[in-house]
Design a protein around this ligand. Structure first.
Ligand SMILES: [Fe+2]
Length: 210
């Protein structure tokens, strides 16, 4: 048989940065922000969020953090849009998930790059799951059974390596994701959304502000 070539068309970049902040910075963020995690999630009482953090909340701590995250956001942005440009973090909030908590499938509106910074270790059961778009109004045919191998061309879901406190995950905001039921201890994350300064399609440009 002649040798064949397979091209993986149009892949989706998901970026992982191990230990983007150290243990002391993790602790400082937990101490500074976690006291506010008081809003219960609509779907899960065991999941609480802070309100969206504003410029008045822990300005020094969050400014330092934004500086740490910035270069990675720029790097993923250049994969998505082909250009290194300035990005802004539009909003941040903290999620505190207790044993039995979960986060329903969702994506993030009105932004381009979203991120999850782990402020605790994370039980394998509650690792973030990314998934393909759920069906529209077309009938769906599948071949999913014990004898069918799952690979990048037919998988519905993707789960990254086990995250540890201080790890960062960045992904395009349209990507659906969820957190399955947490069978482990408390899972604390800081989530955020980022926007580029400007997108330009041959002179027709659009800018964004938070
Ligand atoms: Fe999310």
């Amino acid at each position: 048989m002649a040798e064949s070539q397979v091209f993986a068309l149009f892949p989706t970049p998901v970026m992982r940065v191990e230990q983007v902040i150290d243990a002391a910075q993790v602790q400082a963020l937990r101490d500074g922000l976690l006291g506010d995690a008081a809003l219960a999630n609509h779907h899960s009482q065991e999941l609480q969020h802070t309100r969206i953090l504003g410029p008045g909340d822990q300005p020094e701590l969050l400014q330092q953090l934004a500086q740490r995250l910035g270069p990675h956001i720029v790097e993923l942005g250049s994969l998505l849009f082909g250009e290194k440009q300035q990005w802004g973090i539009k909003e941040m909030w903290v999620n505190a998930m207790h044993t039995g908590g979960r986060q329903a499938v969702h994506n993030h509106a009105n932004c381009f790059i979203s991120g999850v910074l782990y402020l605790s270790d994370c039980d394998a059961s509650a690792n973030t799951v990314f998934m393909r778009n759920l069906g529209g109004r077309d009938y769906v045919f599948g071949n999913t059974h014990a004898g069918a191998a799952v690979g990048p061309f037919n998988a519905d879901k993707w789960i990254g390596p086990p995250p540890a406190a201080g790890d960062l995950l960045l992904f395009p905001s349209y990507l659906l994701h969820e957190v399955p039921v947490n069978r482990g201890g408390p899972r604390v994350t800081l989530a955020f959304n980022a926007i580029p300064q400007r997108l330009d399609a041959w002179g027709y440009s659009i800018s964004f502000s938070s």
